[in-house]
Design a protein around this ligand. Structure first.
Ligand code: ZN
Length: 244
């Protein structure tokens, strides 16, 4: 089985379209939340995910856009964007976001936005935080997003093995338990502006899992132009050029 893993699309349809065009044949598409927020096309992105049959979880921006998550902790730009988003999400998008679970589990794979310990808010940004989170899910693998940084944390007998998700490279997970982040489709923050996604291969068996990390160029200026046209904070548009 092959699973496309997408996260933090952030209402960036040109980035999502580029990823969709770049995807190999996959059996399933999983989306790790923050479908909306920051970007200019929340409704279009949700329609595209529906057409792809994506299985999604709820991110902090998704909940904030429909009022089920408190946006008080957002920085001013993020809050301005979420207020704009809340004003434009249509009935279909609202209904879609309202049905998203915080945790999704299928076979030996769990999916969350932030972390299994705190699916909406926690950032897994170190091997210490990753180590603490292995007790909070029961499956072999856990997919997460939220940090916008592609990375694989494998639990080995020597502790946590950390491997950044380099473009075009694969990490063999083998029979280890692992926490895996594909990076961000719509607002990368690892210094590379290209849209990020990952493909999880469980072909032979769950004991022989491999994750590959991918980047794809998209029309950043198209997204930026739309963001300026609708009056989203300029800094949110500018940072797309740098992937920061
Ligand atoms: Zn995000």
């Amino acid at each position: 089985m092959r699973i496309a893993v997408l996260s933090d699309i952030h209402a960036n349809l040109p980035a999502l379209e580029a990823v969709r065009a770049d995807l190999p044949d996959v059996d399933q598409v999983w989306v790790l939340g923050d479908i909306v927020g920051y970007g200019p096309q929340p409704n279009e992105v949700i329609s595209a995910l529906q057409a792809m049959g994506a299985r999604s979880v709820l991110g902090n921006h998704d909940g904030a856009a429909i009022g089920t998550v408190d946006a008080a902790y957002f920085n001013p730009d993020a809050r301005a964007a979420i207020e704009w988003t809340a004003g434009v999400v249509d009935e279909n998008a609202r209904a879609y976001l309202a049905t998203l679970p915080e945790v999704r589990r299928d076979g030996e794979v769990t999916a969350v936005h932030g972390s299994p310990r705190d699916p909406i808010w926690e950032y897994i940004t170190s091997s210490g935080i990753a180590a603490a989170n292995f007790e909070h899910f029961e499956t072999r693998l856990c997919l997460f997003g939220h940090t916008h940084l592609p990375i694989a944390y494998r639990l080995t007998s020597d502790g946590i093995d950390v491997q950044p998700g380099m473009p075009g490279e694969s990490v063999r997970i083998g029979a280890a338990r692992a926490l895996l982040n594909p990076g961000s489709v719509g607002q990368p923050r690892d210094g590379l502006p290209d849209a990020a996604y990952a493909v999880l291969e469980l072909d032979a068996s769950i004991d022989d899992a491999v994750i590959s990390f991918h980047r794809v160029r998209y029309e950043i200026d198209r997204t930026q132009r739309m963001m300026r046209e609708v009056g989203l904070p300029p800094r949110l548009a500018e940072r797309l050029s740098y992937g920061r």
